[in-house]
Design a binder for this molecule. Structure first.
Ligand SMILES: Cc1ncc(COP(=O)(O)O)c(C=O)c1O
Length: 421
C-alpha cells in the first residue's frame, strides 16, 4: 500500500466526483470525523439562503401553506433513500433523544403487564439516560447487558445468543444501536429484531451511527421502531432535526407521550380533545424547524443520487484501507483495534485505542491538521464519509497519526478537560 495505490483507488472511485459537492475550506485538512458532524453540502448554502429570503423573508406566514407537511414530505424522501422505508413511516423531527423517549414509551404501553426494559452497557449515553428515566417514572426494571466487559462481548457486539439470555415474558422493550458509537461494531439487525419479536417484545433501534453509511433496509428486515440523527453521515448540519421510523403495521396501536397540535386530525379546528391524525402526522408534536428540514432535504438529494449501496461499499473499502494502514503503521506504536475486522460487522468508523489517546487526538488537531475525535476512556475514532473523503485523505491522515506518535510530540499536550472531546 503506497500513495500511488490509493491515488489509483480514488481515480476509479465511482463516488469520486461527489467531493466537489461539498464546501471544503481547507484542502489540506484530513477530516476523519464525519461520523460526528458531516461536511456542509454546497447546495445547502443556496437552499438555506432561499428558504430564508424567498421563504421566511418574502412569503412570511403564508409560507406555512408549503411548510406545514414538510416533516412528513422530507421524512418520506429520507425513508426511501436512507432507510429502505416505503412512504408514510418516517418523520424528520425533533432530536434523537426526544424521539427515542417517545417511541420507547409507546412500545412499553403497547406491551401492558410487561415490566422489563433491556439495554446494553455500551449503548449511547442519551439512550441509557432516557431509559433510566422511563424505568424510574413507570416503575419498571431496567436490565443492562454488560457489553463493555470483554469476557461478555467482543467489540461490544450483542449476538443473538447473548441477547437470548436476557429475554423472557416480562421484557417489553429492547433498545440497541445498529452501529455502536464507540467501537464501531455493527449489530445483526434482522436476526436480533426477529429474536425480540419472537419473544413478544418490541425492539427500538438507534441508527445514528449507521444511517448514511449503511444501506439500511428497515421494511425488508421487519424493523418496527427506529430513530437516528441526520448530522453525521447525512451531512445536514449541527443540530439538524432527527428522524423516527414507525412501521405502518404498528402505527395504529401506538400512542406516545407528548401529543401536540401538529398531530391533531383537524389541526386548525383548535378542538378541546386530542384526536390523533392517521399515519405519521399523528406522531408529530409541533412546528418543525424549516431551516433544519431544508438542510436535510438538500443533503438527502445528494445521497439519493449516489445511492446507499455505493456508499456502503465505499465505507467497507475505506475501513479496510484503514485496517491495513493500522496494521502496518499504528499497531507497532501501541494502538489496538477495537472494531471488528470483518466488513459485515462494522460501518464507517474505526475505533483505535491507545493509552495516550486523549493527548494524541488533541495533538492531531493542533499539530497535524487531522480531525478525528476522542471517546473516553482511550478511543480515537476515525471515519470515512464516502461522499467527500478520498482514499488519499485517509492514507495521509494515517501517515500523520504515525508521524505524530513516532515523534512523541503529542506528549507536549497539557490535558485540560473541555466540554467537547
Ligand atoms: C447513537 C446516538 N444516539 C443518540 C445521540 C443523541 O442525539 P441527539 O443529540 O440528536 O438527541 C447521538 C449523538 O451523537 C448518538 O451518536
Amino acid at each position: 500500500m503506497n500513495l500511488e495505490t490509493v491515488q489509483n483507488m480514488d481515480a476509479s472511485d465511482p463516488l469520486g466526483d461527489y467531493r466537489n459537492k461539498f464546501f471544503i475550506a481547507d484542502p489540506d485538512l484530513c477530516y476523519l470525523d464525519g461520523n460526528s458532524l458531516g461536511r456542509l453540502p454546497r447546495a445547502t448554502i443556496d437552499a438555506l439562503a432561499q428558504v430564508t429570503v424567498d421563504g421566511w423573508g418574502t412569503q412570511l406566514v403564508t409560507g406555512w401553506e408549503y411548510w406545514i407537511d414538510m416533516a412528513q414530505r422530507v421524512g418520506d424522501r429520507f425513508g426511501e433513500v436512507a432507510l429502505g422505508a416505503a412512504p408514510g413511516q418516517v418523520l424528520v423531527t425533533d432530536t434523537t433523544s426526544v424521539n427515542l423517549y417517545r417511541l420507547a414509551i409507546a412500545a412499553i404501553r403497547d406491551r401492558p403487564g410487561r415490566t422489563t426494559i433491556v439495554v446494553d452497557e455500551a449503548n449511547f449515553p442519551t439512550d441509557r439516560y432516557v431509559l433510566q428515566g422511563i424505568a424510574h417514572d413507570l416503575g419498571l426494571k431496567l436490565v443492562t447487558i454488560p457489553t463493555e466487559d470483554p469476557s461478555v462481548a467482543t467489540a461490544e457486539r450483542v449476538t443473538p445468543e447473548l441477547l437470548a439470555q436476557y429475554l423472557d415474558d416480562q421484557v417489553a422493550l429492547v433498545c440497541l444501536q445498529v452501529i455502536n458509537y464507540r467501537s464501531g461494531a455493527r449489530q445483526d439487525v434482522p436476526r436480533l429484531t426477529q429474536l425480540v419479536h419472537d419473544n413478544g417484545a418490541h425492539i427500538l433501534w438507534d441508527a445514528s451511527h449507521a444511517v448514511g453509511a449503511l444501506d439500511l433496509q428497515f421494511d425488508l428486515w421487519d424493523v418496527q421502531l427506529a430513530v437516528g440523527c441526520t448530522y453525521k453521515y447525512c451531512n445536514s448540519g449541527p443540530g439538524a432535526p432527527a428522524w423516527m421510523y414507525i412501521n405502518s403495521r404498528i402505527q395504529k396501536s401506538l400512542s406516545t407521550p407528548i401529543d401536540g397540535w401538529f398531530g391533531q386530525r383537524d389541526q386548525f379546528a383548535m378542538g378541546p380533545e386530542f384526536d390523533r391524525a392517521p399515519g405519521m402526522r399523528g406522531f408529530q408534536i409541533a412546528s418543525p424547524s424549516i431551516s433544519g428540514l431544508t438542510c436535510v432535504n438538500s443533503s438527502i438529494d445528494i445521497i439519493g443520487q449516489a445511492g446507499m449501496a455505493a456508499i456502503e461499499a465505499k465505507c467497507a473499502r475505506g475501513t479496510e484501507l484503514m485496517i491495513e494502514l493500522f496494521d502496518a503503521w499504528l499497531a507497532p506504536l501501541g494502538f489496538t483495534l477495537e472494531t471488528p475486522r470483518e466488513a459485515s460487522m462494522r460501518g464507517g468508523h474505526l475505533s483505535l485505542a491507545h493509552p495516550e489517546a486523549a493527548r494524541i487526538a488533541r495533538a492531531l488537531r493542533e499539530f497535524s491538521n487531522v480531525i478525528p475525535d476522542f471517546r473516553k476512556p482511550q478511543s480515537i475514532r476515525v471515519a470515512i464519509s464516502p461522499l467527500y473523503n478520498t482514499y488519499e485523505e485517509i492514507y495521509t491522515g494515517f501517515a500523520r497519526i504515525r508521524d505524530l506518535v513516532e515523534s512523541g510530540k503529542h506528549m507536549e499536550i497539557e490535558l485540560v478537560e473541555g466540554r467537547v472531546t
